[in-house]
Ligand binder design. Sequence first.
Ligand code: GLN
Length: 549
Amino acid sequence: MAKYIFVTGGVTSSLGKGIIAASLAKLLQARGLRVTIQKFDPYINVDPGTLNPYEHGECFVTEDGAETDLDLGHYERFLSIFTSQANNVTTGRIYQTVINKEREGAYLGKTVQVIPHITDEIKRRMLLLGQGNNYDIIITEIGGTVGDIESLPFVEAVRQLQWEMPEEDCMVVHLTLIPYLRAAKELKTKPTQHSVKLLSQEGVHPDVIVCRTEEPLSMEIRRKIALFCNVKQEAVIEAADAPTIYEVPLTMMRERLDLICLKKFNITQYHEPDLSKWKEFLDKLKYPKSKVTIGLIGKYIELQDAYKSILESFVHAGAMNECKVQVVNVHSEFITDENVSEKLSGLDGLLVAPGFGHRGVEGKIIAVKYARHNNLPFFGICLGMQMAVIEFARDVLGLKDAHSTEMNPATPDPVIDLMEGQKLVTAKGGTMRLGAYPCEIRPGTLAHQIYGTTQISERHRHRWEFNNAYLERFEQAGMIASGKNPESSLVEIVELKNHPFFIGVQYHPELKSTVENPQPVFVHFIQAAKEFAERRNALKSPVLQGEMI
Ligand code: GLN
């Protein structure tokens, strides 16, 4: 029988519920328990697949092809587990299920209502992962902030579950903000008291209060929060700002958050947390031996969450290489032939990001050309790979108007074309080529060297693909397809023969990078960037210059 932890948020959004939930899960996992996390989001979109990245950041894709909230990325990166469609549920999906059932006549003429029909469907989905005895503990993060109209049905579902379950099977962790008033030099507990009151009015009382704070919580403040929010003093947890999100499991361990949960659940079978790999990673992250500067060429760079998984993959790959990765955001819309070398000359590597639509693509193509001509390590992901193909077609094959039919449906040379299976698709949301597909790697290539195997599987999210009618010409000119889908021959990886490190992948490798298993393309890309930086520094060094004279 699984036990359930519900994580709610109060006072404001963006307190980092996902990180706290993932950190707690990591600690419980490190103590030998089987843990998973799910997220319930109160918005009406059926899933975040149709959301512009400016709204909620990147869309995280799971193995089974679900388009989900980016917090699932944190869960996977922290826990090294795969999540699935079942781990992310929105209000839209709940209502869609209930309305479909109503149309089928499943409610036998009854009036369909928020309580009990919507809340029953929420509860059914909250308990879903607990069936089948795969987990000891299921953590459920409730999106939004307590008091929002739209999160009410979720809180009500938690209230009912708490009432239905034995007391030691269910608990609520409430994450809140303790603001520091600089003028008064004081931490203030009132907003927390109010948010706990709101939650209590909705019938749910927290067992633990996790306090986000910029200043340490004194014993006195902890006592005050405990007294006025009616929790045990040891259940008031300090979550101070951390230099990296990967530090948070350790701070939560110091605050004994995991032990408080285990005690409430009457779980006695656990061991000391094994965090050796995690700590090793943190050490390397904190004390790098070298540094590289990577240009991230994208069009959503104003919002860092739009490239969350890519940025985190750099953190993992950097630590693996004991190298600090400084990411410089370069807006693709403003790159021109005239300013490209000024914008990119200080870089040790270039990553051209995924994306959709016309805006900013010419800048991406110019950036690829710069990397190809200057032997700068290049890594293109999805749209980034497609732009590398277009650049090669234009500059090397002489197909001046080559393009993707996504941006120019009338191009005479559609080197990137809509996939056959996509041609009749009109509906948006869940209709791209999504999730994990196998890829076969050609022996002796850079891709082979990177992965060390010829059979891999990576995740996807796209509608366009390399047009195989052009493949022979590309290969003869030096851009080869080093990875293909074994069934459809869809080109998954392209690389250049005469370049120290130039790789474009149709899939999204960033979705599978975790703290304990950094993604190999990222690891090798950073290594190549390190070598590039070393070569450059050597050229600059006076001794070498002297030798050259
Ligand atoms: N827009 C491109 C396609 O659909 C690339 C998608 C992406 O970068 N995720 O094929």
